[in-house]
Write a new protein. Structure first.
Length: 318
């Protein structure tokens, strides 16, 4: 089974502050990039990022050092968008891991699950999944162990209206989390129901939330070419609807997120798309500049997106 994870990220670097804008073309909104304070921790992939108020939170993640061998991190950081500064918080208490999952609900950040790769022996290269889950409370800078008995690796986590969900297309199951009782409730859809093939859910950062629905991008390879399909999931009715595909050519390297009433996808190095659910249509936006190639979102604050590109931390206004 391919591993999927929600919320993730890339790299870091030195502090310089400037704004970068491309030439505005007719019918295309200006895209603004601003270099922000460099991240004090080590560079990494697949970190977890969320925002609460004017502050963003980022941490954990991994970095490959050789075949089947990864360096994993447990540090956790707070970014203050008003002062443009980073502050280290309490480390994640769980075991170091790859593909860490997370979600935000009721002002707390939940982190856990993931997997590690056996580096040696008969199982070398195989994934061994973890199921532990912890909640971070920024108000008191502490972590607490949470109920992980009813969730599986490979689930896609998302939050809608301060309610957390875990959907798993492989097992055709949706689980809803109640933070007050620390309990998960379960609902299923049938084999005959229309739904995406879990084998086509590849990589990280492939989902975004809009208007109480979750959107998931799948990747299908046909005759050497990729096709990216868009699926809409309604957690209230537990139903899937296939929407319009992303424009060709497809790609298996995606970074999806939402802002306001639109969804956005950075595909490949600098292909940038906008999705409007009101008309089920994709618009090709201005290409991401070379300086910001492979931009990956960490969190959003207000109408601004924050993330990493080429080891640098950026503020991005689509």
């Amino acid at each position: 089974m391919k591993h999927r994870s929600l919320f993730f990220i890339l790299f870091f670097s030195p502090f310089i502050l400037f704004s970068q804008t491309g030439t505005q073309e007719p019918g295309i909104e200006k895209i603004t990039w601003t270099k922000k304070a460099d991240f004090p921790g080590s560079s990494r992939n697949e970190g977890i990022g969320f925002s609460i108020g004017s502050k963003g939170y980022f941490g954990v993640g991994q970095k490959q050092v050789e075949l089947f061998v990864y360096k994993s991190y447990t540090d956790f950081w707070e970014y203050d968008s008003e002062t443009n500064t980073w502050t280290q918080k309490s480390d994640f208490p769980g075991k170091e891991r790859l593909g860490t999952q997370g979600f935000l609900v009721h002002g707390k950040i939940y982190v856990g699950l993931g997997y590690f790769i056996a580096p040696y022996g008969a199982n070398a290269g195989s994934n061994e999944y973890l199921t532990d889950l912890y909640a971070f409370d920024p108000a008191v800078n502490t972590w607490s162990k949470k109920n992980d008995k009813q969730i599986e690796g490979g689930s896609i986590f998302f939050t809608i209206k301060d309610t957390a969900y875990a959907v798993n297309p492989e097992y055709r199951v949706l689980k809803k989390y109640n933070p007050l009782t620390d309990a998960w409730t379960e609902n299923n859809w049938t084999k005959k129901a229309i739904a995406p093939n879990y084998a086509n859910i590849i990589g990280n950062n492939i989902n975004f939330s809009l208007k109480e629905k979750e959107y998931i991008i799948t990747t299908i390879k046909k005759k050497g070419n990729y096709i990216n399909q868009l699926w809409e999931f309604d957690p209230h009715t537990i139903t899937w609807n296939q929407k319009n595909d992303l424009p060709l050519p497809g790609n298996d390297t995606l970074n999806a997120f939402s802002l306001g009433e639109k969804g956005y996808v950075r595909r490949g190095g600098n292909d940038f798309l906008e999705y409007d659910p009101a008309v089920d249509a994709w618009i090709t936006k201005k290409e991401i500049p070379a300086e910001n190639k492979y931009f990956s979102k960490t969190f959003s604050i207000g109408e601004k997106i924050y993330g990493f590109s080429k080891h640098k931390f950026w503020e991005f206004i689509p």
